[in-house]
Design a protein around this ligand. Structure first.
Ligand code: IDP
Ligand code: MG
Length: 149
């Protein structure tokens, strides 16, 4: 079972869209196994976005993700990384398909509402960066047989 770190970014929280965004992953059939409302510190932001350090937008990106609270979550499922990214839509909301979170709710790449891990390995790394092992909940979902073959 794959896991992805999903963040409702500060613009999603400030715009009152956290529930809307969380609901889309929930309805999709991904399984929630971790969730917290938190303020990302400068140090955590620099670790999380370390791969983008050389990009011209890096400083703005760190300022954006630390600009207000986020909802950090761990969602689990078969091919969870790809499923979640498909639900999120393209990085630039202007190019994201209607029906996706970014395509329905966003306008600009620097305010794209949501983060999702981009590979199974990064999923593991990012989940460990944001969550302690005892913050991940192992639970049986009653409806699983209607989502999973
Ligand atoms: P992703 O979030 O779809 O995985 P990445 O390429 O990993 O996209 O970029 C990380 C984040 O950096 C994006 O979600 C977006 O917030 C921001 N970002 C990416 N490219 C640009 C850009 O060209 N200008 C401003 N911000 C950008
Ligand atoms: Mg990325």
């Amino acid at each position: 079972m794959e896991r992805t770190l999903i963040l409702v970014k500060p613009d999603g929280v400030q715009r009152g869209l956290a529930g809307e965004i969380i609901g889309r992953f929930e309805r999709r059939g991904l399984k929630l196994v971790g969730m917290k409302f938190m303020q990302i510190s400068q140090a955590l932001a620099e670790q999380h976005y370390g791969v983008h350090k050389e990009r011209p937008f890096y400083n703005d990106l760190v300022a954006y993700i630390t600009s207000g609270p986020v909802v950090a979550m761990v969602w689990e499922g078969k091919d969870a990384i790809n499923a979640a990214r498909a639900t999120m839509g393209a990085t630039n909301p202007a190019a994201a398909a209607p029906g996706t979170i970014r395509g329905d709710l966003g306008m600009e790449i620097g305010r794209n509402l949501v983060h999702g891990s981009d590979s199974p390995q990064n999923g593991v790394k990012e989940v460990n960066l944001f969550f302690n092992a005892d913050e991940i909940v192992d639970w049986n979902r009653g409806g699983d047989k209607w989502i999973k073959e």
